[in-house]
Each structure stands twice: as structure tokens, then as C-alpha cells.
Design a binder for this molecule. Structure first.
Ligand code: HMG
Ligand code: MG
Length: 313
């Protein structure tokens, strides 16, 4: 470790020069908090994340407010995020009603969110997998016609708490379907954090063999079993350059039992800084943001890096 609180920079072969971090703390993190965080605190969180150098910050969700009350203030929050320059502010949109709400506020990036398994599709979207794809079809078409960038999340890619193992071929089918709808990028979700690195490589390889290029793929790991960084490294070695992470390790999913926090952005940046992979993120400023957010939430961050860097004798 250097005196500046950064890891020693020792590059390893076979890794990308730059990684784009898709920051999900304000959405995936806060959607799972028991308490509802005040809108102005959310806005300040996003502003601080942007000031720390994050360029893609998922802001909120335009879902049914009864399903996710923590994000019911999307209409109040989104306009407060004006003035962040080139920072992309994607929002989750499940259906045309959600798209209407997002477009009315000028959103330029949306994400639909599908499931590789039937049980999670039913619990999260009240639909079968194919019904949810049918629900997304007009959303993606209208967004693309409006020049809006579309991300397609795919949950339960590595295991499902109700169905157990999820066959790679089942994930590939739904990923292909999302791509065929016109999604610009896909995010492969390990919603309950059960993936291991060989499984990650196997899924990425199978997707490539099915015609899905690595350049359109991002990874979204939860850290339930402490595997999120190992899985990320496997994905980077495969050529993935978009990695989802959550400041301070906030997160989970309200509709997936046993989903704990996302990969902490600080833990990811510590590893990438050490490897000499550029992220544009200032680790000190990011850690200070997560310490501040932990104070707002009234409990410490679960991120190892946040705890180590903010530890005082
Ligand atoms: P539904 O009950 O089937 O909805 O829910 P519906 O289509 O039958 O409509 C019922 C009523 O809801 C209607 O009102 C609609 O207008 C209204 P009424 O006519 O009866 O007065 N409605 C809405 N209102 C506001 N905004 C909307 C909206 N849509 C319908 N967008 C629905 C279906 C999809 C709406 C519901 O299931 C839902 O909102 N689900 C969201 C769940 C969610 O946000 N989960 C967390 C995100 S996924 C995740 O975290 C995983 C991820 O991180 C990756 C990973 O880790 O795997 C992305
Ligand atoms: Mg998630």
C-alpha cells in the first residue's frame, strides 16, 4: 500500500486498459433499505458519486411504487440531478407506464430487467419469462426510436434461490431474446451471489458461441459468498469492460431472498487501481462518500475497503 492510501500498482497481463463502472448504489443499494432515504440525501449521494469520478450512475426506478416504496420518489429525485454534465443517469423501467414516466423527465438511458428463471420473473415482474419479454418489446422499441440507450438486465444467471442451479443454455436463451429486442448492452446478474469464476467464464463463452459479443456484456455480481471480485477478474480476463458495483457495498434485491450486498465499488476500484486498470474514480473521494452515506443510514458500510481506509485508531 502507498502512503496515499492506494494499493501498489502492479499490472497483470491479459486485462483491459480501462473499465467502465456502472454504479448501482443509489438504485440497487437503496431499493433494499428498510428505511426510505429522503430524496435530498439520494440526490446528494448521486452528486458525490459523480464528483468521485463515476460516469454512469443508476439513479432510480420507474416501477410500481407499491412494489418498491424506497424508490417511489423517482419523479422528485430525477429532476434534482440536472447539472451533472456528461454523467449518464440510467433508470430502471419495467413496462410502457414506466417508460412514459422516464421519458417525461428526459431520461436518456433506461434499463429493462428480465429473469433467467420463471420463479423470479413471477416474483419480480408478476409475469412469466416470455410474458416479461413481451412487456419489454414495446419499451425497447419506443426507447430506441427516441434515441434512448437501453440496457437489458438478466437476473439469476448463476443460480436461483427457489429453483437452484440455472442451466447455462437457459440463460443464453433469454440473453439472446433481450439482445434481439434491441438492447444496446446486457448486464449478467448474479442476483444471489452464488457464482464462481469458472461458471462466469463458461457463461461468457456460451454467450459468445451463441453470437453475443463480449463488447455488449456487463457483469453484475452480488458478494453473498465473497466471490464477487474473483468473478469480476474472470470476466475481465474474458474481455468484459463494464462492471456493475455499488458504493459501500449497499444492496440486495427486495424480491430475491438471500440476495445480500452488491460488489462494493471501493473493493473493485482497489483491485483495479492495483492492476493499473483505469476507472477514472478517486478512491479517497468515493470512500468518503460511502462513509457519509453510512452515517445517513445509521450503520457501517459492509465494504472491506471502506472499513480499512476509514479505520481510525
Ligand atoms: P403488475 O401488478 O402486474 O402491474 O406489476 P399491472 O401491469 O397489472 O398494472 C397494475 C397497476 O399498476 C396499474 O394501475 C398500472 O398503471 C400500475 P391501475 O390501472 O390499476 O390504477 N403500474 C405502474 N405504476 C407506476 N409505474 C409503473 C407501473 N406499472 C404498472 N411502472 C410491475 C407489474 C412490473 C409493474 C411490477 O411487478 C413492478 O413494479 N415490479 C418492479 C420490481 C422491482 O423493481 N424489482 C427490483 C429491480 S430488479 C433487481 O434488483 C435485479 C437487478 O439488480 C439485477 C440482479 O441483481 O439480478 C437489476
Ligand atoms: Mg442487483
Amino acid at each position: 500500500m502507498t502512503a496515499a492510501g492506494l494499493p501498489m500498482r502492479v499490472p497483470a497481463p491479459g486485462l483491459p486498459a480501462r473499465v467502465r463502472i456502472h454504479e448501482v448504489g443509489a438504485r440497487d443499494g437503496l431499493q433494499n433499505e428498510k428505511s426510505v432515504v429522503p430524496t435530498e440525501v439520494k440526490a446528494e449521494f448521486v452528486r458525490r458519486l459523480a464528483a468521485a469520478g463515476l460516469t454512469t450512475i443508476e439513479a432510480t426506478s420507474f416501477v410500481h411504487p407499491k412494489w418498491v416504496p424506497q424508490l417511489a420518489d423517482a419523479e422528485q429525485l430525477f429532476p434534482r440531478l440536472d447539472g451533472l454534465g456528461d454523467v449518464a443517469l440510467p433508470v430502471l423501467v419495467p413496462n410502457e407506464r414506466g417508460l412514459d414516466r422516464a421519458l417525461a423527465l428526459g431520461a436518456r438511458r433506461i434499463a429493462v430487467f428480465g429473469s433467467a428463471t420463471e420463479t423470479f420473473a413471477a416474483r419480480n415482474l408478476n409475469r412469466t419469462v416470455d410474458e416479461s419479454l413481451a412487456m419489454f418489446e414495446p419499451v425497447v422499441a419506443r426507447a430506441k426510436a427516441a434515441g434512448v440507450h437501453v440496457r437489458g438486465y438478466l437476473s439469476m444467471c448463476f443460480g436461483d434461490p427457489w429453483e437452484g442451479a440455472v442451466p447455462v443454455a437457459q440463460v443464453v436463451r433469454v440473453a439472446k431474446a433481450l439482445e434481439d429486442l434491441g438492447c444496446d448492452e446486457l448486464s449478467l446478474g448474479d442476483t444471489i451471489g452464488v457464482a464462481t469464476p469458472g461458471h462466469v467464464t463458461a457463461l461468457l463463452t456460451a454467450l459468445n458461441e451463441a453470437g453475443v459479443p463480449t463488447g455488449t456484456l456487463g457483469v453484475h455480481f452480488h458478494d453473498t459468498y465473497g466471490q464477487a471480485l474473483s468473478n469480476t477478474l474472470a470476466a475481465l480476463q474474458h474481455g468484459v469492460t463494464t462492471v456493475d458495483a455499488s458504493a459501500g457495498g449497499l444492496g440486495g434485491c427486495p424480491y430475491a431472498k438471500s440476495a445480500t450486498g452488491n460488489l462494493a465499488t471501493e473493493d473493485l476500484v482497489w483491485m483495479l487501481d492495483g492492476l493499473g486498470v483505469d476507472t477514472g474514480v478517486d478512491l479517497g473521494a468515493l470512500t468518503a462518500t460511502s462513509v457519509w452515506m453510512a452515517e445517513q443510514l445509521g450503520r457501517p458500510s459492509p465494504s472491506r475497503t471502506v472499513r480499512a481506509l476509514s479505520h481510525k485508531e
